[in-house]
Design a protein around this ligand. Structure first.
Ligand SMILES: C[S@@+](CC[C@H](N)C(=O)[O-])C[C@H]1O[C@@H](n2cnc3c(N)ncnc32)[C@H](O)[C@@H]1O
Length: 440
């Protein structure tokens, strides 16, 4: 353990020295030093790992062995080894502080060799939809009311084509989108930035799989978008990186989480967007009645049993209580999805997502709602998202179709209903389920 701390400290010190020698902007370097001091890094390493909750793990073993077959044992390893968890760095296009790529590179996040490849694949699918959608929408969409009053100076984010490691980074790009996320092949965690009311944050740390629902939503400039379950706001920030919607309504009914959401929006978005990005505090189930047929795109990032955090739920009793609550979640999730489908206009799309592997909260919810919503049609995200990104994320079922289940799963892993990112050693992103449903 002490040797690990020693080596880690040495590595951080050498990064720190090499940063000093390079032409990294002064302010940023100071921030890196302040927020990722050697002491705090060492403290994080020696901090005793919170033990996992065996009641939750037993439950997962039982359910996911059935549902995921031989993908579960390796997912289990990835979920239990918290030191191996990876973090993505999503850049904030609204920050005027320059050159984050240089700092990322100095810390071992190399350049973007896969960008063209991945972007091209994604752009092909996305622009095909985009063109047909634009034609379809021409007579129904109001002209976009939003015009940025104070466009940021630094909208163009730098890229570099020199590469050290082809798996170290990728950029999730839509046509003309500036959504950029960097990942590291190992577990290096970029320092988080403290909230400062006078300054926008430069980046957001996240599980990179969280960007996939935003990618699937295909937000375009001028869209009216509802983020039905929005706090703490990671996906709302990602939406605003990918396009300039006419309206983004971020909804969160829980007061303390709503405060967190407001702080996130405040930290990442300039004041010029305050008229188009609004916060609402309703129960998401009411939107279907109150705002029927209103939105172009709705994201339902549903309350769910978050497998990662539930594993570390605390005491046995707390774990057991959560597992009891888990049974109620699909009912609420289906109600939220129905509400979203009513709030979206005909031809618009709803993306439903969760961060659990549980098929009862994923495929089963989508299937239930489709049964009583005949004008809803699920779209296949396999070709558009899973195949092009399968190098970075582990999807179930395996893209090559070569995986076998020891036992047949109780609910079919029907990829037509959505795609599922399963954490694996080396690709610890997820869990993340996403499904895109179009209202006919
Ligand atoms: C998975 S989190 C959303 C994460 C968020 N989209 C992000 O990317 O940062 C689900 C959120 O749904 C909220 N929620 C719970 N019940 C809700 C309801 N009835 N209507 C809307 N949101 C609800 C929870 O408080 C929670 O903040």
């Amino acid at each position: 353990m002490w040797r690990k701390i020693y080596l880690e400290t040495k590595r951080i010190r050498s990064i720190s020295l090499s940063l000093n020698r390079q032409t990294v902007p002064d302010g940023f370097l100071q921030e890196v030093k302040r927020e990722e001091s050697l002491e705090s890094k060492a403290r994080r390493i020696i901090k005793k790992q919170r033990p996992f909750c065996s009641a939750v793990l037993d439950h997962f073993d039982h359910q996911y062995n059935e549902e995921l077959g031989d993908l579960w044992p390796s997912a289990r390893v990835a979920l239990l080894d918290r030191q191996s968890w990876q973090y993505g760095v999503m850049l904030n296009r609204f920050s005027t502080v320059t050159d984050k790529t240089q700092v990322l590179q100095a810390l071992g996040f190399s350049s973007l060799p896969q960008q063209t490849h991945v972007s091209a694949l994604l752009c092909d699918g996305a622009s095909a939809v985009s063109n047909s959608k634009l034609e379809e929408r021409q007579d129904t969409l109001l002209s976009p009311p939003y015009v940025s009053k104070c466009p940021p100076e630094d909208f163009s984010l730098q890229t570099d084509t020199s590469s050290q490691d082809p798996l170290s980074e990728f950029a999730l790009s839509l046509p003309h989108s500036s959504l950029k996320c960097y990942i590291h092949p190992h577990t290096l965690r970029f320092p988080s930035q403290a909230y400062r009311p006078d300054r926008l944050k430069q980046y957001y740390l996240l599980n990179a799989a969280s960007l996939l629902p935003v990618l699937a939503l295909q937000v375009r400039d001028g869209d009216k978008v509802l983020d039905l379950c929005s706090a703490p706001g990671g996906k709302a920030v990602a939406i605003m990186q990918s396009a300039t919607p006419a309206l983004l309504c971020c909804n969160e009914p829980q007061p303390h989480r709503r405060d967190w959401l407001v702080e996130t929006l405040d930290s990442f978005l300039p004041c010029s967007l305050s008229s188009s990005v609004v916060v609402s505090t309703q129960d998401g189930r009411s939107f279907g009645n109150d705002k029927a047929d209103f939105y172009d795109k709705v994201l339902v990032d549903a309350p769910c049993s978050n497998d990662r955090s539930w594993l570390y739920a605390g005491t046995q009793q707390q774990g057991e209580e959560r597992l009891e609550d888990r049974k109620q979640l699909p009912v609420l999730q289906a109600q939220l999805l129905r509400s979203a489908l009513s709030a979206v206009r005909r031809g618009g799309v709803v993306v439903y997502s969760t961060c659990t592997l549980s098929s009862y909260e994923n495929q089963a919810v989508v299937e239930t709602v489709l049964n009583d919503f005949p004008e809803a049609e699920v779209e296949d995200l396999w070709e558009e998202i899973a195949l092009p990104l399968s190098k970075y994320f582990a999807f179930s079922p395996h893209p090559a179709g070569g995986r076998t289940h020891s036992k047949p799963p109780p609910l079919p892993l029907n990829r037509k209903l959505g795609i599922l990112v399963v954490p694996q050693p080396g690709r610890t992103w997820g869990p993340m389920f996403l499904s895109r449903i179009r209202r006919k």
